[in-house]
Design a protein around this ligand. Sequence first.
Ligand SMILES: Nc1ncnc2c1ncn2[C@@H]1O[C@H](COP(=O)(O)OP(=O)(O)O)[C@@H](O)[C@H]1O
Ligand SMILES: [Mg+2]
Length: 212
Amino acid sequence: MTALRIAVANQKGGTGKTTLSVNLAAGFHRRGPTVLLDADPQGSAGHWVRVGGEENDLPPVQGLDAGGVRAGILQAGKLNRYVLVDCPPHLKSDVLRQVMGAVDWVLIPIQPSPLDLWASVDMTQAVQGARVGNPQLRAYMVLNQLDERNALSRSMHQALAEFEVPALANGLARRAAFRSAALEGGSVYRMGGRGAHAVRDVEAIINEVLSK
Ligand SMILES: Nc1ncnc2c1ncn2[C@@H]1O[C@H](COP(=O)(O)OP(=O)(O)O)[C@@H](O)[C@H]1O
Ligand SMILES: [Mg+2]
């Protein structure tokens, strides 16, 4: 079995790494054996699954300790079809670098404001650095907390064009369902009609990744 290994990373906090990685993991879990590796010492993804208890629809979440990042990801890839990695919000530790050395994809959630994009510029260098040892690494930004009613501003398009990492065509809108899912300890897939639009966002990202 060759696994698809996807890290969700941004050195900036609060951009939606955990929200995106947990919901992507739930979507992939419906397609095949999946594990979510939590490389963030804050352990939000693990907390998220524990809130849901046995009723949650999430794949197993396993901690990934700084000492065994590469080995942990490769081992998870032997046992699963899909491996998601939720990353810590800093570039200081070596963890992010090690993760990017051992995955096929890195998805970088950013909020659709030029300020947030500029704050994520260090990620470009981190991606380029990781490609020295992992030349196949595919990197895309994923716009998060899009306002459904407003098209992206012209300044955002310009800022995106200057950024060396391309953006996926699909992103996540800002939706109460993403917050409710965390409160309830499951994914948006478990929310029925309340989560339908959010599921559509997540599915579009998964299908885009699988088709590239
Ligand atoms: N698409 C979204 N719609 C609504 N709220 C969101 C969305 N994405 C993230 N959030 C909220 O934003 C906050 C930060 O998201 P989180 O996933 O914890 O970011 P990170 O892991 O990058 O720190 C959380 O309160 C989360 O519920
Ligand atoms: Mg997080």
